[in-house]
Design a protein around this ligand. Structure first.
Ligand code: TIU
Length: 228
């Protein structure tokens, strides 16, 4: 059992029953020319967390932990994109339109790929999700249940949109969820701070938060989990 100095109180998990869930670290949100920028956001803010995410991913893999990567990405025919989502707001490019990195938020297009620094490896779970939450209309819950997972450690973007939605979905499905504070980012720093507060308020009403150094210090001391 690993115990992390988290807020609002310590977070304990068994490495064999935990997964590292990396939300939407894809070019569409991190690089210019994708969905994030089409919404009017400054994408430069988000790339700052990449080194911290890389360090955690590397240690988690070395410890033998299960990894889940998600992408917010629709089918090419947009059959899984509700008109309400496509028509929302006044973006310069809408979901499915041709942009500098291919069709915006469409599976398989260059913009939908996970950034190279965090590229998935064979054997890791990859989820294309049509919603903000990682559980809506995806096989994620079934896959985690089959693997006996009870605890989810989250990183990724953006904190108050896809990360927080996924944590709320996880919480309602009975998982204990932890957010790594320096491995998540928002286009709006105040929203990130508020989301972190909301998650851990009222006795971890949605989940726990901690710095990546807290996890790394315990992970590096944990015995490696045997594969299989
Ligand atoms: N991945 C994710 O958070 N999708 C978004 O649309 N986020 C925004 O902040 N717009």
């Amino acid at each position: 059992m690993i115990e992390i100095d988290a807020r609002p109180f310590p977070y304990s998990f068994d490495l064999g029953k935990a997964a590292l869930v990396i939300i939407d670290m894809q070019r569409d949100f991190i690089e210019p020319g994708g969905f994030g920028e089409s919404l009017g956001n400054d994408v430069a803010l988000l790339s700052a967390i990449v080194p911290a995410c890389q360090t955690v991913l590397s240690s988690w893999r070395a410890a033998g932990g299960l990894v889940v990567h998600t992408r917010e990405a629709h089918q090419p025919d947009l059959s899984d994109c509700p008109p309400a989502k496509r028509n929302r707001g006044n973006p310069s490019l809408r979901i499915g339109d041709a942009g500098p990195m291919g069709r915006i938020l469409v599976a398989g297009e260059p913009g939908s790929r996970i950034i190279p620094e965090l590229a998935p490896r064979p054997g890791e779970i990859e989820i294309d999700k049509p919603g903000k939450g990682a559980f809506h209309a995806t096989p994620l819950h079934n896959l985690l249940q089959q693997a006996g997972v009870t605890h989810l450690i989250f990183m990724g973007v953006t904190t108050e949109v896809c990360v927080q939605t996924s944590m709320r979905e996880a919480n309602d499905r009975g998982y204990d969820a932890l957010l790594l504070e320096d491995c998540t980012e928002s286009y709006f720093p105040a929203f990130k701070a508020s989301a972190i507060e909301m998650i851990r308020a009222q006795g971890a009403i949605v989940g726990w938060t901690a710095s990546s150094s807290q996890l790394l210090s315990r992970l590096d001391a944990a015995p490696a989990r045997l594969p299989g």
